[in-house]
Ligand binder design. Structure first.
Ligand SMILES: [Zn+2]
Length: 318
């Protein structure tokens, strides 16, 4: 993939492309933005531009680019915070030691540190040491949903690029290329529900997520209105599959987050959430958000789906 194939965030892409051309791309880059805005995709294109051997980087055609695209380039290393231990303090120390070794074949060695949201302070401090005395020929690209999850000292030694969702139309056009057999109208509708977030739109199309979104909204309204019978009937519909139940809970989480925003007077585009915020006390809203988080953890431990709906209806009532 090349920079011009990246959807939305035109100004930022222009800035990065220019920096690549003039060899002024900083050696510590933070990409932040909501889940699904393309941070990892962009991180990989930037990594490719560091190893590409052509004049217009990344060309997408040279041997280095091909290797990068197949995740087999010997000078691009990936550590993912979603995988246990990959970004803990020991792992970071290993990366630090490794970064002082010369690249294998590219002019620059690239470390992709993905999903750094849960990177703990000791690991960040270990990382800071390499930023303070950066080895030559090394680039670090960090992805995180919010740069605020990183220590100020790490942030101040890196260049921050923030990614925003596309417009629903641009998102739909992109997703249609991935799912050419699907109806454009359906995709556009999904993209609108996801506020132009491409990752979420893809998730919704793949998982039949519109149904999950609808059920989540119904559950949320019933919960916030205190309609216990409806809540029980609706949550029992989640048992059709685990993927579906996870998807419903994800949408419930979003509803709750929007409701929290509305309750503190922040702007929300969700009519359901702002209505619900008027019906509940702040305490109740925060508790609801916490209980939904708890439900997600319970679902992760392989609980019996038939009981999950009943259990959830009781938890959401509290
Ligand atoms: Zn290339």
């Amino acid at each position: 993939m090349q920079f011009n194939e990246f959807v939305a965030n035109d100004k930022l892409i222009e800035e990065i492309t220019e920096a690549v051309k003039t060899n002024t791309l900083p050696h510590a880059i933070i990409l932040d933005g909501a889940k699904g805005t393309g941070k990892q995709t962009l991180a990989k294109i930037i990594a490719q531009s560091f190893v590409c051997s052509s004049d217009s980087r990344p060309c997408g055609k040279c041997a280095a680019c091909i290797k990068a695209m197949h995740s087999s380039h010997p000078d691009i290393f990936t550590a993912n915070g979603d995988n246990t231990g990959e970004l803990n303090v020991d792992a970071i120390r290993n990366i630090r030691a490794d970064s002082y070794i010369m690249p294998n074949e590219a002019p620059t060695k690239v470390y992709l540190l993905l999903n750094c949201d849960k990177m703990l302070a000791p690991a960040q401090n270990a990382f800071l040491k390499v930023l303070e005395e950066p080895p030559a020929n090394v680039a670090f690209i960090i992805t995180v949903t919010s740069a605020n999850m990183l220590l100020q000292t790490v942030r101040s030694r890196s260049r921050l690029y923030t990614l925003y969702p596309a417009t629903p139309e641009a998102a739909a056009e992109y997703v249609l290329r991935l799912f050419p057999e699907r109806d454009y109208g359906d995709i556009l509708h999904a993209a609108q529900l996801c506020d132009g977030n491409i990752g979420k739109t893809i998730g919704m199309i793949e998982s039949g997520g519109e149904e999950a979104k609808k059920l989540a909204d119904e559950i949320f309204v019933a919960v916030t209105k205190g309609n216990e019978y409806n809540v029980l009937t609706l949550t029992s519909k989640m048992s059709q599959s685990r993927v579906f139940a996870v998807s419903v809970l994800d949408f419930l989480t979003e509803n709750a987050a929007e409701c929290v925003k509305a309750s503190v007077g922040a702007k929300t585009n969700s009519a359901i959430a702002s209505d619900a915020a008027k019906r509940m006390t702040k305490n109740r809203i925060f508790r609801l958000a916490e209980n939904i988080e708890r439900a997600k953890q319970v679902l992760e431990i392989n609980v019996n789906l038939n009981f999950f709906g009943t259990w959830l209806s009781s938890v959401l009532r509290v």
